[in-house]
Design a protein. Sequence first.
Length: 212
Amino acid sequence: MSKPSELDLSRRGVLVATAATAAVAAAPAASAQTSAPMTRDPAPVPVSFTVNGKAHTLTLDTRTTLLDSLREHLHLTGTKKGCDHGQCGACTVLVDGVRINSCLSLAVMHEGDSITTIEGLGTPDKLHPMQAAFVKHDGYQCGYCTPGQICSAVATLDEIKRGIPSHVSASLTDRPMATGAEMRERMSGNICRCGAYSNIADAMTEVAGGDA
């Protein structure tokens, strides 16, 4: 019987060495997998804020958005979830009088804040002037974006009244006027897929008390 050639021994040695190296390398990885701590969801925390004049305390996952806390926990479904990425404005609410996209804000960030949704602006028996103007000027079609449009419109006129400039304001120091250009610029973050923009502008102009 002939002896194995040096070439055969070399091949066997390479295969054995490769297998041994792979086994050694895999052992620490397997050990790390078994010893790695399991990830756990964060513990819920209490959050207190006032919504439409009523105090609420909720126990929420820290990842809960303000939008979901309003819709899913307080069942205030007037505020709509549109894009859920802060691009359409359907979820606009007022926080301490300032409009925000509630889908981009965590509920835990609003401890102690005063929040106003479309339900808090007015009632069917006593509409907010902006709500009444939207009805009068047919400022909606499907209505899905309307709550955010109205909240944003109310905040827009308040911003102008407080003298806050916009991108189209001619001066950063002079008080802006409620012109069509000012209102269109400030409302540009609220999308209406039905295209009721001119009617929305008419409603805002009436509430502003002037011609745009």
